[in-house]
Design a protein around this ligand. Sequence first.
Ligand code: HEM
Length: 452
Amino acid sequence: MSVDVGRSRLIPPGPGRGAALRMLLVMNSDRLGMMTDAARRYGDAAKLPVGPKTLYFFNHPEHAKHVLADNAANYHKGIGLVHARRALGDGLLTSEGELWRKQRRVIQPAFQSRRIAEQADVVAAEGARLVARLREHTGKGPVDVVAAMTGLTLGVLGRTLLAAELDRFPAIGDDFAAVQDQAMFELASLSAVPQWIPLPRQVRFRRARRRLQTIVDRLVDERTEIKDRDDVLSRLIVSARAEADPRVGRQRLRDEMVTLLLAGHETTASTLSWSLSLIDRHPEVRERLRDEARSVLGDRLPTYADLTRLKYTAMVVDEAVRLYPPVWLLPRKALAGDEIGGYAVPAGADVLICPFTLHRHPAFWSRPEEFDPERFDPDAPNNRPRYAYIPFGAGPRFCVGNHLGLMEAVFVIAMLSRELTLTSVPGRPAVPEPMLSLRIRGGLPMTVHAAA
Ligand code: HEM
């Protein structure tokens, strides 16, 4: 049998097939440990047998550049996202080819910097509401910061992208959690379990997906005036109406909205939660953040022009997503055989690029495990390769919401820092849980104090 590979015959190092079952168990129990260990043991390229699959793991900036950008046409979204598609449908995150190109053309303009500048006031107002809610907990019992940030980021997405108040739908956060759980289950079970089997999680998922679709349908029905609106929802409605089959149009619209809300809110909430956890562990960083926020903002709400002035705050957020990239894994499937870093990759191979390990690669980061915002000082030279840091991905599938997500994180950290201090609860450290995004296992209870 001939194997369709690039010119090279070199096979990446890795454990033999005999390790497949053990690796499958490790993948289910400790995914970050598995990737970290593989990078340490085998270097920048590894071939990992995991259950019935073979994963090609590449961990060098040049490899990331090749797979995500230079030869992106040869790669589709891979393991995990393919399975998540059964839960998410064909939204921008999971679609491919002509459909993806068309969706990206429809959505991208709603994220241009001119529009992001217009959205700054909404982000600031939602941030102020969050600070007011947290202020009420000063001197009382701990608050779950992950839940608070999830509420914030959903609120911002509703208002910025859809001009809608999503807190009218109080169960929406739980519904998204049920969809995520199902997507993760699809990954772990490699979609081997039919969705009609009434497992409690699948029943919860179906109910949640129905409710989310009903919410989308309501938002669409409420949007009677399209002409002068240029937000995502209006653009999607116009695009759905152009579809020859109205049922296909409506389903696309639902998939797209659920995808956008999901992709946008968990990632930004994770960025904020990890930032707060790291700030809590570094009092000197907390003080600098507070001083910067007070001197740049005084008592007023942030505006778009403040984004470049909140320089240290942005450095802290950049460093937080280095250590804890919300999208910790970028899985791809090779369409044709390829050669990556001199190694042969067969057609159909599952290829993994892992921001979590790349961001801690000792060849490109000094003291990689240490939290040090100074690495991102825009005025200090650094000779890091560009693709050593890819929290928003790279190439054509680069995140559409990166400006919005970063602005939200910087504004909210600044507004919190000038007024409140959040401290963790003894015995409740933040433990990473790598699901579709890098969550904090069991949430993050923190106690609220007035800032010094
Ligand atoms: C700090 C927050 C965020 C982070 C770290 C993040 C990260 C990422 C990454 C790494 C990708 C690439 C995935 C891949 O190549 O497989 C991505 C794609 C995407 N992100 Fe974000 N994201 C964030 C915020 C947002 C926001 C606010 C939105 C929008 C509402 C959003 C919507 C999307 C969408 C729709 C895609 C798919 C793009 C495509 O495939 O064409 N993200 N994001």
